[in-house]
Ligand binder design. Structure first.
Ligand code: AR6
Length: 184
């Protein structure tokens, strides 16, 4: 894992690594509507958390989201075998060139932060939601993330980590932040 970099008075940090190894209050899962697991970071989180996570997700589906978790919504479970205490599951939008889905992606971040704050948590880590299988252009997604963090982090008690799976993504994010004028 490379050294972390921070913005926003240390409240936003970025690292390169595997989100399933992070000892934070909550990690965010880039899930799908079914909440039943999948590939990418979703698959990694389910594997690392163990089978109890799927049972907890089935329970959420039955009791709260019988039609599936909509885009931009969030739902929380324990972290089970993960070092993180909780998993906040969210569904990023599938990218479409002709439809502006930026608010849906922003909502994944906004609502995760709000839920974490509401639960009294202090540390939360996000993967790069929607930028894998769901095809959201990485730079556009990064701009959205930075705007939400700049809007929300100053007002609360939360420290957010953006966990990038590749060094290339981490470098690209850093460039977007500098282009947008964020000072480290
Ligand atoms: N730690 C951190 N980041 C990771 C990890 C990991 N262990 N594994 C992958 N990534 P994706 P999406 C990065 O495709 O685009 C699933 O099948 C990855 O490199 O996981 O929101 C779900 O079930 C990329 O940068 O999520 C949905 O069906 C980022 O995580 C669908 O994929 C997101 O890539 C969701 O697609």
């Amino acid at each position: 894992m490379t050294t972390a970099m921070t913005w926003m008075s240390g409240k936003l940090r970025i690292i390169q690594g595997d989100i399933t190894t992070l000892e934070v209050d909550a990690i965010v899962n880039a899930a799908n509507h079914s909440l039943m697991g999948g590939g990418g970071v979703d698959g990694a989180i389910h594997r690392a958390a163990g089978g109890e996570l799927k049972t907890a997700c089935q329970d959420l589906r039955q009791k709260q989201w019988p039609e599936g978790l909509p885009d931009g919504e969030v739902a929380m479970t324990p972290g089970f075998n993960l070092p993180a205490r909780y998993v906040i599951h969210t569904v990023g939008p599938v990218y479409a060139k002709t439809i502006d889905k930026s608010e849906l992606l922003a909502n994944c971040y906004r609502k995760s932060l709000a839920l974490a704050a509401q639960q009294g948590l202090h540390t939360i880590a996000f993967p790069a939601i929607s930028t894998g299988v769901y095809g959201y252009p990485f730079d556009q997604a990064s701009e959205i993330v930075l705007k939400v963090m700049a809007e929300k982090l100053p007002h609360g008690d939360l420290t957010a980590t953006l966990c990038f799976f590749s060094q290339q993504d981490m470098d690209a994010f850093r460039q977007v932040a500098s282009r947008m004028g964020y000072q480290r």
